[in-house]
Design a protein around this ligand. Sequence first.
Ligand SMILES: C[S@@+](CC[C@H](N)C(=O)[O-])C[C@H]1O[C@@H](n2cnc3c(N)ncnc32)[C@H](O)[C@@H]1O
Length: 204
Amino acid sequence: MNVRTHWEKIYREKAPDAVSWYRPHLETSLEIIERTAPQRSASIIDVGGGESTLVDDLLARGYQNIAVLDVSQTAIDVTKKRLEAAAENVQWFATDVEKAELPRNAFDVWHDRAVFHFLTTTEERGAYVQQVAKSVKSGGHVLISTFGPDGPTKCSGLEVIRYDAESLHAEFGARFRLLDSVKELHETPFGTKQHFLYCLCRVE
Ligand SMILES: C[S@@+](CC[C@H](N)C(=O)[O-])C[C@H]1O[C@@H](n2cnc3c(N)ncnc32)[C@H](O)[C@@H]1O
């Protein structure tokens, strides 16, 4: 099953709050984004945004330049419907992050919660890092969240790679300066706990 088919099946079969990664609000991401890019004109892309409410919360805080990318059209349609008219103020990319035609030097913040850890080959991770390097401005920031060293080894039936701050930073290389890392114990809607790691890097 290819990436798109897999995720379309998940989102067609499950309600937004019935997936393990669901949180009503992505508080850790919001706090780091607001601290890193307080200016409301900042251009922010949520990569693999799925059906998460990060875009709703950024709009509610007055951010004006938001983009959401996800390989699942179903997830994007659910999010657009929830946002109603506000969806028109968001740029949408229904595509695979590795192949997306993203604008050059466009984003101040690249956010990814629980996508990068699905990239299990060197080629996939290399293509992802190239997309970040191309589309994030110099001086911009990259906030990536993956399962931590004690996190699960699979998510939604797919193998993942678990990271600590050092190994995650190493995937991105010297042009990315590691500024901060935060751990989070995420409680799934089923009451289980998952260790997440957030890494914030600045693009030099
Ligand atoms: C575990 S979910 C996380 C969703 C959201 N970031 C959150 O925290 O609620 C992973 C998301 O990444 C998307 N995804 C997975 N692989 C992708 C890829 N190669 N390109 C774009 N999106 C992808 C999936 O469709 C799904 O919405």
